[in-house]
Ligand binder design. Structure first.
Ligand SMILES: C[S@@+](CC[C@H](N)C(=O)[O-])C[C@H]1O[C@@H](n2cnc3c(N)ncnc32)[C@H](O)[C@@H]1O
Length: 449
């Protein structure tokens, strides 16, 4: 069964590889951009069945004219995904080859997971893992969401949202748990799901995946999440951003304009980049963990920033490199955290989890920001878990459960079939919460607001 799914995911990938050989590699154009435009044009065409213009009928020039119309329709419906005036840069005859290959394929019919896997494939070919721009494995994301159990009236944010994995899985979790009407779900997406990322391409992928997941209007914004309202200096060179003003807009600015009385997020779910340092004095000086330092690792600043973004009493799951969770050299960071938060759980992930992108071993930290006036407690129980089944082999390929282990395969997603033990860890954590009277969910600390 797993094989059938990977073959389906592979079909679109196989089309891409064929197109790459036939057309894209020799076009002189950015392969990601050109294929992304075609995917979005096709998505838009599929959503407007009456038109069915994504087909290879007619001359190359006629096909190019229809694609142009589809792109302009998609750009006006989904402004954050394509800019107005976007055109394919492929020649009409190259375009015809691409359209012929893609036209028979139903993107909606393929299902969300197949498209998600295809975007991961596409992004990983275009950007290198060393920039920390790889996708978080979806079964790890699902685990984090289930551990934190966001409810439908809680604001969820991912300040390093990449392809939007945490947002899409939160949407899926909330949908499964609450079975809301379409209208309620739309309102939930519009008001409660927030994502930010400094990478413009990641933002476009996140928006496209949100459309496939059933919503196109969530708050996914291109900006540098590490900038606080006080720090106005650019963190990165302009090659990493495409918006002229995006570097000085902060998350707080966006929240203030879109929500009248924003008092922080209820839940942060995130996987900040494992690599990279920040050296800008103006930025470092706005962080407790950066003040009077000449450079600080990005993930360390992200930890503080995520705590900042939470309302008092709010909770967070953050994927971090192992050294932040256990190395002697990061002891100060953990001591600082204990003054700000109650640590709920620490879960070590298997060593293959982030392959093939990085060999770095990682874990997930789950915590609750202390409520206003709440004093840190010096002695309390923390849940510790270690995953022994990575869900991947040493080449970074997903490993799937045997068919016998899959009880009701028709109702399982690809991610449910991955052979990992995070579900058992999640059950043990919730048992621990019951025993220790740890309350998750929206009753916790809401009166602090
Ligand atoms: C490991 S990836 C997150 C992957 C994401 N969870 C997913 O599944 O696609 C880390 C992300 O952090 C983003 N990032 C790095 N520095 C950032 C910053 N200063 N502000 C916002 N996003 C940042 C990167 O662009 C990248 O998309």
């Amino acid at each position: 069964m797993a094989k059938r799914h990977s073959a389906r995911a592979g079909t679109l990938q196989a089309i891409f590889i064929r197109l790459e050989e036939l057309v894209l590699a020799n076009s002189g154009e950015d392969e990601f951009e050109e294929i992304f435009k075609l995917i979005v044009a096709k998505l838009w065409d599929e959503m407007n069945e009456a038109t069915a213009r994504f087909n290879a009928l007619g001359s190359p020039e006629e096909i190019a004219a229809r694609i142009s119309l589809l792109l302009s329709g998609a750009a006006s419906t989904w402004p954050g995904i394509l800019e107005a005036g976007t055109e394919s840069r492929l020649t009409p005859s190259h375009l015809k080859i691409c359209v012929e290959a893609l036209a028979p394929y139903s993107l909606h019919g393929a299902g969300f997971e197949v498209m998600d896997a295809f975007f991961e494939f596409l992004v990983s070919r275009g950007s290198k893992g060393n920039k920390g721009q790889y996708f978080t494995p979806r079964y790890v994301i699902e685990f984090c969401v289930r551990m934190m159990q966001p409810s439908m009236n809680e604001l969820v944010v991912d300040p390093a949202c990449g392809s939007g994995g945490f947002l899409v899985h939160t949407l899926d979790y909330v949908r499964r748990e609450n079975m809301p009407s379409n209208k309620k779900l739309q309102n939930y997406c519009n008001d409660f799901l927030w994502g930010f990322d400094v990478d413009a391409r990641a933002i476009r992928v996140a928006k496209a995946l949100m459309i496939l997941a059933g919503d196109g209007r969530s708050n996914i914004v291109h900006l540098n999440s590490l900038l606080k309202p006080v720090a106005q200096t650019a963190l990165f060179d302009t090659s990493q951003t495409d918006g002229k003003n995006s570097r000085s807009i902060t998350i707080e600015d966006v929240c203030r304009t879109r929500r009248r009385a924003h008092k922080g997020f209820d839940v942060v779910l995130t996987n900040p980049p494992f690599a990279g340092e920040v050296r800008e004095e103006s930025v470092l000086s706005s962080y407790d963990l950066g003040r009077s330092k000449v450079r600080v690792e990005r993930d360390v600043l992200f930890i503080e920033r995520c705590l900042d973004l939470l309302r008092p009493g709010g909770r967070m799951a953050i994927v971090l490199p192992h050294n932040k969770l256990s190395a002697t050299s990061t002891g100060d960071l953990r001591r600082w955290l204990l003054t700000k938060a109650q640590i709920l759980a620490v879960v070590g992930l298997g060593r293959h989890t982030f392959l093939p992108h990085t060999h770095q071993k990682a874990g997930v930290l789950f915590l609750r920001r202390l409520a206003k006036g709440e004093k840190p407690v010096s002695d309390y129980k923390i849940f510790f878990g270690v995953s022994d089944k990575d869900g991947k082999n040493s080449r970074g390929e997903l490993s799937f459960k045997d068919d016998e282990q899959i009880a009701d395969e028709n109702h399982l997603s690809i991610w449910d079939r991955v052979d990992h033990d995070l579900t058992e860890i999640e059950s043990a954590f919730h048992k621990f919460c019951n025993q220790e009277k740890v309350i998750l969910g929206d009753s916790n600390g809401r009166m602090d607001n």
